[in-house]
Design a protein around this ligand. Structure first.
Ligand code: ADP
Ligand code: MG
Length: 250
């Protein structure tokens, strides 16, 4: 579902991604960890067309991201094509970014109606199903300010799912939450994974990574330092940088 081949991204003179190669199979969960500034968010943003890679190739479901290839030459991707590809990717951020003036249900139905042209009645029916799936069927008419952080993040997940994505990206989805609210969000993500969603999750929740991830990637300084089965990486890290990072998390 995702294939990165020596992906590089720089901002001016600052090289942020220095040749990231990885693959995420359909239905798999990849968890990405690493110190602040290592390029994790930038990598997710490249997958989601929010940044364009400068070198290397990035594919989602076989489609090149950010460029169009003709022969062995690359050309800018038409915005129409980029937008179409982007619709199939759901993203959940650390700060939930809900529309404050819309109810929970209003947030969930917005994009299907505006972007996909789904009929309002259909969007509402599906929106209610999705709110139920994240355990918020009784909060449909509640505004974000009246919801806890964990509830807001679950609305954000339902909102992303409303576009029927084939890939979900999570950027530290529980980092802004009070500790007692982390579990309810991880439980929704765990369920989503077991329902077969392909997911790339930047997180420092090692329990989640250990149980749910098919692959754990440790990034530092814009490179993949170590990747593999999460249980192996966590119990037997091979690199000093990984050991140091993990020891600081505990
Ligand atoms: P992480 O998510 O691992 O903490 P980021 O991907 O957010 O790391 O950032 C990696 C590096 O890229 C940081 O040094 C950050 O300051 C820099 N960076 C990110 N976005 C931009 C941008 N739009 N312009 C300039 N530098 C950026
Ligand atoms: Mg980040």
């Amino acid at each position: 579902m995702v294939r990165a081949e020596r992906v590089c991204k720089n901002f001016g003179a600052l090289a942020v991604l220095k040749g990231i190669s990885l693959e995420v199979g359909r239905g798999q969960v990849l968890c990405m960890v690493g110190p602040s500034g290592s390029g994790k968010s930038t990598f997710l943003r490249c997958i989601n067309h929010l940044e364009q890679v400068n070198a290397g190739r990035l594919y989602v479901d076989g489609d090149l991201v950010g460029y169009r290839q003709k022969g062995d030459k690359l050309y800018e991707q038409a915005p129409r094509v980029a937008n179409k590809q982007r619709r199939d990717i759901g993203m959940v951020f650390q700060h939930f970014n809900l529309f404050p003036h819309r109810t929970a249900l209003g947030n969930v139905i917005e994009a299907p109606i505006q972007v996909k042209g789904v009929r309002k009645a259909d969007a509402i029916a599906r929106g209610r199903e999705l709110l139920e799936r994240v355990g918020l069927q009784d909060k449909a008419d509640t505004y974000p300010a009246q919801l806890s952080g964990g509830q807001q993040q679950r609305v954000a997940i339902a909102r992303a799912l409303a576009m029927d994505p084939k890939l979900m990206l999570f950027d530290e989805p529980t980092s802004a939450l009070d500790p007692e609210l982390v579990g309810e969000v991880l439980a929704v993500m765990r369920q989503l994974a077991s329902d077969g969603m392909t997911m790339v999750v930047v997180t420092h929740e090692m329990g989640f990574a250990r149980e749910v991830a098919d692959q754990l990637v440790f990034m530092d300084g814009g490179v993949v330092v170590e990747a593999g089965d999460p249980r192996e990486v966590l119990t037997n890290p091979q690199h000093e940088r990984t050991k140091l990072f993990l020891s600081r998390l505990l």
